[in-house]
Design a protein around this ligand. Structure first.
Ligand code: ZN
Ligand code: ZN
Length: 122
């Protein structure tokens, strides 16, 4: 019990210091060898279902995780995989999706990622 709490604290800390969303393997690497990969997987699953961290999927790549803070988006470099947070916000997306939808009565959130080439790769 105590050990689990500590592992979660370590993971939370790793994610809050990270410059970009991390994969489970990257989280484990930063957390140190004392934390087992299976422990990280379990903690990540729990923490994302509780809502303290957020899962980010980049078009079928390995899922990454970040601290669930302010709503934002990411730009991903399609050459090297570098990721940057952006706060640009397309307005009216949910409304437009709902207008088009035949099955849904409400749309309350969106997930949107941008893909491009970073300055290091040009
Ligand atoms: Zn790049
Ligand atoms: Zn948004």
């Amino acid at each position: 019990m105590k050990r689990t709490t500590n592992d979660r604290k370590v993971i939370q800390e790793v994610l809050s210091k990270a410059q970009q969303p991390l994969t489970v393997r990257e989280i484990r690497k930063s957390a140190g060898q004392s934390v087992h990969l299976s422990t990280v997987y379990r903690a990540i699953t729990e923490m994302s279902s509780e809502g303290s961290i957020r899962r980010v999927d980049f078009g079928g790549r390995v899922p990454r995780y970040e601290v669930a803070g302010e709503h934002h988006h990411h730009i991903v470099c399609t050459t090297c995989g570098d990721i940057e947070d952006v706060h640009t916000e397309p307005r009216g997306l949910e409304k437009a999706a709902l207008v088009e939808s035949k099955k849904f009565k409400s749309v309350h959130a969106h997930s949107l990622e941008f893909f491009g080439v970073c300055k290091k790769c040009t």
